[in-house]
Design a protein around this ligand. Sequence first.
Ligand code: CMC
Length: 407
Amino acid sequence: MSAAPTSPKAPAISKEQAEAIYSRGLEGIIAGETAVCSIEQGGLWYRGYEIHDLAQNATFEEVAFVLLEGHKPSPAELARFKAEIVAERPLHPMVTSFIESAGGYLASGRAVPMDVLRTAVSILAHTDPDAQSVDNAANLRKAKRLLAKIPTIIGHMQNVIDGRAIIGRELGGDPTLGHAANLMYLMNGEKPNKDYARVIDVSLILYAEHDYNASTFTSRVIAGTLSDMHGAVAGAIAALKGPLHGGANEAAMEMLKEIMHDVGERAIGTKAVDDWMQKAFDTKRKLMGFGHRVYKNGDHRAPILHKMGRAIAEKDTKNPGGHAAVKWFELGEQVQKIMLDKKTIHPNVDFPCGMTYFTMGIPVPQYTPIFVASRITGWCAHIIEQHANNRIIRPLSKYTGEAPRKW
Ligand code: CMC
């Protein structure tokens, strides 16, 4: 009988060591390295640039460049990057006709925009000449195409939902508009005013990147098998959709609408809202837009967006006197205070996002797709980083099943 093969290499971590560091939901576990982003209780940095600094002084295109290309762009680099994105905005007819064919399902609510977007991204792969390559240059070209085309997909979806002619079929919008303003324009044919365009732009900056969050981790796991960028992004979209992750911006607004419906507008500021919240606590309901795995003392992004959203709500032009829009912020602020007083749980960025996008008249089912339009930059930066220095991501599990037994 021949000897059993000897292991060429002992495992880097023994079973006992692995069990000792096990943590449910991977809480507190470092699952990989990255130079793209760092988040701590005390701050959030994209490639070393702090989030308040970026929200105040950068544009989304500049942030996208920093994330994808790795450094702050010179004026010439930025101009070239913007031109490349504008040129890549139109969709292949295969993608447009899919969105049109899904129109009835989207309009009736049987298909949701996040799912249609996920499928559209998969179809984009079939039209991309670099689809199967995972080298750096091909990945960067694909990342720019995805960045450029996702707003066009979102716009086309909204057009078929609303039953209007597709805006931007030939050009993917208005080439004179920046990324954020064009996204709004593609959705309803109206060029946003400067305030709205900047608020959307900042929301895209805030959503762009967040290290090993669930969707980014998903994209790295897929990329780690040396599978392609479009597949990794489709998986990331599926992960982002969940209400515990990106889907929370839609769920947070739906929750506020539910409270408003149950207590009535006149009850804002009164005990009726406390009573609604108490019932939620008693039934152990998860309040959407609150809590965070990493930030226990508050999400740095939330106050930035809250302040900007409230400012446009206060001078909202669509609702005379600003009252109709600002009431959502008044209700939201009361809900936040109750959460903090009773549960010591802070809002995350999805909470003000819901109220802000609602103020701007954006349909709720498009909030998470807009999150995708931003986070595509972070995902692609991570996929590029994973492919460039790859080791398959293959953790262990803690077995809780039956002891070995005979069949
Ligand atoms: N509502 C009510 N209770 C909550 C909430 C909440 N939103 N968040 C946390 N808790 C409770 C939780 O039930 C737990 O209670 P207990 O100890 O009695 O079981 C306690 O607070 C500690 O929770 P945790 O361990 O900090 O939560 P986690 O790290 O496992 O989950 C989370 C983080 C974000 C999934 C969770 O806070 C949550 O479900 N929030 C609501 C959904 C949401 O807003 N998601 C967006 C996340 S941030 C931005 C993004 O990814 O888009």
